[in-house]
Design a binder for this molecule. Sequence first.
Ligand code: 7TS
Length: 402
Amino acid sequence: MKTENIRKDFPILIRKINGKRLVYLDSAATSQKPISVINAVKDFYENHNSNIHRSVYKLAEEATEIYENARRTVAEFIGAKTEEIIFVRNTTEALNLLAYAWAMRNIQKGDEVLITEMEHHSNILPWQMVCKAKGARLVYANIRNFVLDMKDFKNKLTKRTKLVSVTHSSNVLGTINDVKAIGRLAHDAGAVFVVDGAQAVPHMKVDVKDIDADFYAFSGHKMLGPHIGVLYGKKHILDKMEPFLRGGSMIKDVTQQDAVWNDVPWKFEAGTPMIAEAAGLGEAVKYLNALGMDNVRKHEIQLTEYCLKRMKEVAGIDVYGPESGRGGVISFNLGKVHPHDVSAILDNDGVCIRGGHHCAKPLMHALGVDAVSRASVYIYSDRDDIDVFIKALGKANEKLGD
Ligand code: 7TS
């Protein structure tokens, strides 16, 4: 995998910020897009735009085929059956769909939902809502030395646990959880197992059948695609579920007082979906497949190791995350300097990083901080990016340090 060739596929990387090379180290928030994805969206609007699933004219048939082909491509990418892929807006919507359509109907008073301290708010707030409404309890497994404390997890997994929902990879710590082992424990306890894969699917080979997840959520926009998301669900569970949203396209029949739902996945895709975005996501998956997910992961490991090594040169830096077995998000603090000040100084040098609570306030609490700075890499990131970043951190230290 040659990063200099990959970089040529990303038009935005030519941009200058304050006259400097754009050093984009915020891919955990959203990835940049290659020209093939941009062109797929453009091609849809220029040549095939129409609504889907409802007309028999040629243009609508083409649009339907583009949309359903994208579903097939995504399904193959994660080892799912085509009908197990539901297109949604993002991971947040996928998890909310589960909260409303599954959990609100299956969680009862006295039940427990088990998550971890390292979850993104998207994998906390929907379960808070369910637990409050149902008189159930939301339980957090602790982290220790930036990884999930499996002993604590096992202790908190009981007969009362009806749902376990865990992030595959943390958007703050970079920690990769052993979701296969966690899933086995969850199933042995009789719980349904949900995985938040927003930070995993873009970066490593994910096989939902091997993990044996009942549901698996991720975001297309973090994996080179447009703003569209995916919820995978086991067919036999989806079949039994009631829909989330009700309206057009999700029914077989409607009378004045009643309706018969469409088959999955369409039962969960009410209204006109994100058709051009799906076309773009299909191309994004093809781009990643051409690189090979093992190569994508290898590049991430090498660059993360390099970055962690170079960060040790920066005086007074605290890094939050494990040394290995991790993804390419690196969170840190420069002494007592606020992360927003660090981001602003780095921006002068064209370096884009994020500072704040990263939508993980319970994790910030567990770490004993209000906020952290975070750099995150992807396939187009290279050693030059890291070198500019480290130099800029040195400058920030000089300017802001005590
Ligand atoms: N889960 C994890 C682990 C995430 O990192 C994010 C987004 C989400 C869920 C929500 O994804 P969305 O597509 O619905 O927004 N994380 C981040 C981030 O770390 N910085 O910006 C968004």
